[in-house]
Design a protein around this ligand. Structure first.
Ligand SMILES: Cc1cc2nc3c(=O)[nH]c(=O)nc-3n(C[C@H](O)[C@H](O)[C@H](O)COP(=O)(O)OP(=O)(O)OC[C@H]3O[C@@H](n4cnc5c(N)ncnc54)[C@H](O)[C@@H]3O)c2cc1C
Ligand code: SF4
Length: 449
């Protein structure tokens, strides 16, 4: 079966099965009712809390008056990734967490679902909301077609730049296409969103890895400016014996396989141990459970209150039946030809370090084996140091830093790993920086910085 039809098969499964959306769309009536609850605050805290500062009251008001096109335009002007953000933003700690209705002990406005209502309308109707600016004679190369690169591209095209995006993968969208939990967003949505940006006349050179297929220097020589939006690289390793035994997987590789194939094609163990307690660990655990694992155990070396995952992600994992073992430190993967368990020791909190954080002290004699037939490592991703070195850029504290006046860096590779909405905001800032760098150009369509 060709890859496209395989994916369609998976989408048909997804509509109703364990990967059905956890936040399904609002009906037209429900959206109207919800929009009527907005108080249209002055200096709206939701807008301030959104990294892209979408004018939330403005787009909600347009929904209330039946102007979905106008609503989508407000959203996508501020945030070209408005479709994916509507599905995947951690709204509890962003716009909805800031909604004034929380102070009245009421439910906040369902901002993300309203945002989805408007942006889905634009996608379904294939609306052309923006136009490219008249050509200004300047050319920009963007490395990476993820949320950051695409957001940068949208603004640059609207200001009249010729934009070429290089991406090593076959499809655009970056982690939006390959990594977001399947019950939040499926690849066709991410691809349709990318297509809306590309339709402005952005050239996509897919399957071209900068540093391997073309040199970074050749981009610098050919284009007036280069935007680096390469995201993060490989997952961290544990550095313990047995890590290469069959049955030990990297979380991103596991999730990507699940998202690119029919669900039945992704093997899952019956007892799965996930190592790490960030959002990626939760995504791997919940998706392993939904694929049919009988038990999923999340192992974390520190305590519950220090886990990096958002609270609502933690709650979702518990609701899905995932178990947690805190203060549990992996020491060795057990198994010869395939994994049969993981040996861990228990730990407890010791004295505070110089940074005020209490140290972790392993408890002698607490060694134990957690039996399992699959281990998923979710320890975070490393920066793309090789790419940075080849491009003549610096890496500091896990982030790529530009050392050149014609190169800007944005998104996960610049911030060390955050959310889609941060990548979108930084992509737009990168476009504004390039616009400022390349000097005064003819005034064109689109909202200039
Ligand atoms: C498992 C997982 C789940 C997540 N879930 C959420 C969520 O629910 N909500 C949320 O808001 N955020 C989530 N995120 C974070 C979010 O996906 C990222 O913050 C966002 O995708 C960053 O965008 P980016 O454009 O900076 O990088 P990426 O999305 O990583 O895109 C970078 C692009 O650069 C390309 N590239 C890399 N090197 C080269 C090269 N040398 N040449 C050419 N192309 C190259 C890559 O192929 C890729 O397409 C999640 C992340 C992970 C890992
Ligand atoms: S982009 Fe995300 S944080 Fe911003 S308003 Fe929309 S859902 Fe909220």
């Amino acid at each position: 079966m060709p890859a496209g039809s395989q994916r369609l098969a998976a989408d048909a499964e997804a509509a109703t099965g364990p990967f059905a959306e956890i936040a399904p769309p609002l009906s037209k009536d429900a959206a109207l009712l919800e929009s009527a609850k907005c108080l249209y605050c002055y200096d709206a805290p939701c807008t301030l809390a959104c990294p892209t500062h979408i004018d939330v009251p403005a787009f909600i008001k347009k929904i209330a008056t039946g102007n979905l096109r106008g609503s989508a335009r407000v959203i996508l002007d501020a945030n070209p990734m408005g479709h994916s953000c509507a599905r995947a933003c951690p709204v509890e700690v962003m716009c909805e967490g800031a909604c004034v209705l929380n102070d009245r002990d009421e439910e906040p406005i369902k901002i993300a679902l309203l945002q989805r209502h408007a942006t889905d309308f634009a996608l379904e109707k294939n609306l052309r909301l923006f136009e490219p600016g008249s050509p200004n004679g300047k050319r920009v190369a963007i490395v990476g077609a993820g949320p950051a690169g695409l957001s940068c591209a949208q603004d640059l095209r609207r200001w009249g730049y010729a934009v070429t995006i290089f991406d090593s993968r076959d499809k655009p969208g970056g982690l939006n296409t390959y990594a977001i939990a399947e019950y939040k967003m499926r690849p066709p949505v991410a691809l349709a969103e990318a297509e809306m940006v590309l339709a402005l006349g952005v050239e996509l050179r897919a399957g071209v890895q900068v540093g391997r297929d073309v040199t970074f220097a050749s981009l610098e020589n050919t284009y007036d400016a280069v935007c680096v939006a390469v995201g993060l690289g490989h997952g961290r390793t544990l550095g313990i014996p047995g890590e290469s035994v069959t049955g030990v997987h990297d979380a991103l590789a596991f999730i990507e396989h699940l998202k690119m194939n029919p669900y039945s094609a992704t093997p899952v163990g019956s007892r799965v141990v996930v190592i790490g307690a960030g959002n990626t660990a939760i995504d791997a655990a919940t998706q392993a459970k939904r694929l049919g694992a009988e038990r999923v155990i999340i192992v974390y070396r520190r305590g519950e209150d220090e886990m990096p995952a958002y609270h609502y992600e933690y709650e979702l994992a518990k609701k899905d039946g995932c178990e947690f073992r805190f203060f549990t430190v992996p020491k060795r993967i057990v198994g010869d030809s395939a994994v049969t368990g993981i040996e861990c020791v228990r730990a407890e909190l010791g004295q505070p370090n110089s940074d005020g954080r209490r140290s972790r002290v392993e408890i002698p004699g607490s060694e134990h084996i957690i039996e399992c037939d699959m281990v998923i490592k979710a320890l975070g991703q490393l920066p793309r140091s090789d790419f940075a070195a080849a491009a003549g850029l610096r890496v500091a504290e896990g982030r790529i830093v530009s050392t050149k006046s014609n190169v800007v860096v944005c998104g996960d590779c610049a911030n060390g790993g955050a959310e889609i909405v941060n990548a979108a905001a930084e992509g737009k800032s990168a476009a504004a920086a390039i616009h400022a760098m390349l000097g005064p150009v003819a005034k064109t369509a689109g909202s200039e910085p």
